[in-house]
Design a protein around this ligand. Structure first.
Ligand SMILES: [Zn+2]
Length: 383
């Protein structure tokens, strides 16, 4: 089973699809916003791709990433998808196109994350969740099993709780939503919000899970970006998120980064102390069988490292924690299911034995979280 456990729906549009979509639209109202944010991140304005001869090639060079960049630069590139595919509650077109892109990669089981736009009203959100779930259901076949994950923002808790209630309500009202929507994720600006603010939220969410036949899994982007937070706080954040009772940690790169190569100017004693803390947290996660979703290309580009040997996946995997691979935003990082495996072997030097271990972890996560899920009744998983 080829599984992608961590994909963002809006990171799946290939440059060809973005280019065609731009050609199709007579007007791109959010272009000015995209261009402003892009210029702020890159120090130069983006090209108007549909007014030059080799527009598609320029779009590929400006809006896909293969070398280390900042998170702000990544976000500015991601914005092009948002500008070209504005989310409309009733319109399944973006989801249908993204699902086709994932399927074309030969993926058999995929979880795709999508946000509910913050400006949506309650009723727009309900229509949106029904529409998305139906698009996912329609894409199911013998050899392709997509599932929907709603990403909640790292944001003030009033907004988070409201979107959570809307998701539970949609699942209660509509059996297709209940079947297709399997998890919630937290993503966005992780450094600004302390995970401990979400303790009450998670207590309630876990209690509600126990009372329903369609429990939600919880994922959390953490330890992906840590440039502002500092290493010690970033390390503790991973532990704090784990203690919320999440099912998977998304990235947790900070646990796998060789601190010595990042903290070169710190005193030796400080480096040794932080290395011990990193080891201690890794050991605890290993004992508890925590699952970390590691996205090799994405982490290479956004972890602030410059050498392949410093890639967080190597130390995560070799520490014995359970790691599953995924491609995050495959179209932006010029990657996909197979390409990530080639990247692991050729760039990171991961051995065949280690690749087998990764396959075993993926299989285990697939069976533990999916095969035993009551939702699989609605859409055959070919087992
Ligand atoms: Zn992600």
């Amino acid at each position: 089973m080829n599984c992608e456990f961590h994909l963002h729906l809006y990171g799946c549009f290939t440059p060809e699809i973005l280019y065609e979509q731009g050609k199709r639209l007579s007007d791109i109202p959010r272009w000015a916003w995209f261009a402003r944010e892009y210029e702020a991140a890159w120090g130069k304005a983006p090209t108007w791709y549909w007014g030059v001869e080799n527009g598609l090639e320029i779009l590929k060079s400006e809006c896909t990433l293969s070398h280390p960049t900042s998170f702000a630069q990544f976000q500015s590139v991601f914005n092009l998808s948002i500008a070209l595919f504005p989310a409309v509650p009733e319109d399944p077109f973006p989801a249908t196109v993204a699902l086709q892109c994932v399927r074309d990669q030969g993926v058999q089981y995929a979880e795709l994350r999508m946000v509910i736009p913050v400006f949506f009203s309650y009723s727009q959100a309900q229509i949106f969740l029904c529409m998305l779930s139906r698009a996912f259901f329609a894409a199911c076949s013998e050899d392709f099993h997509p599932r929907l994950v709603i990403s909640l923002p790292h944001a003030p808790m009033t907004l988070v709780s409201q979107q959570y209630e809307w998701v539970r309500e949609a699942m209660k009202q509509d059996s297709v939503v209940a079947q297709m929507l399997v998890a919630l994720d937290f993503c966005g600006d992780e450094e600004q919000y302390d995970p401990r603010e979400k303790q009450a939220f998670f207590r309630k969410a876990h209690a509600e899970n126990r009372a329903t036949s369609y429990p939600l899994r919880f994922y959390y982007h953490v330890g992906e970006c840590f440039s502002q937070l500092g290493m010690e706080a970033a390390l503790y954040r991973v532990l704090q998120v784990y203690e919320l009772g999440v099912h998977r940690l998304s990235h947790a790169s900070v646990l796998g980064i060789p601190l010595r190569s990042i903290l070169r100017s710190e005193p030796e004693a400080e480096i040794v102390r932080l290395e011990a803390l990193q080891q201690e947290i890794l050991a605890r996660l290993k004992v508890d069988g925590v699952v970390i979703e590691s996205c090799p290309s994405s982490n290479w580009i956004l972890s602030g490292i410059s050498r392949f040997e410093d890639h967080p996946l190597l130390r995560l995997l070799r520490s014995g924690v359970r790691v599953v691979l995924s491609s995050d935003d495959p179209a932006i990082f010029r990657t996909g299911y197979e390409e990530e495996r080639v990247f692991c072997r050729e760039k990171l030097g991961i051995t065949e034995r280690e690749m087998e271990m990764l396959d075993q972890y993926a299989e285990h996560v697939f069976f533990a979280s999916i095969a035993r899920d009551p939702r699989r009744k609605g859409c055959s998983l070919g087992m």
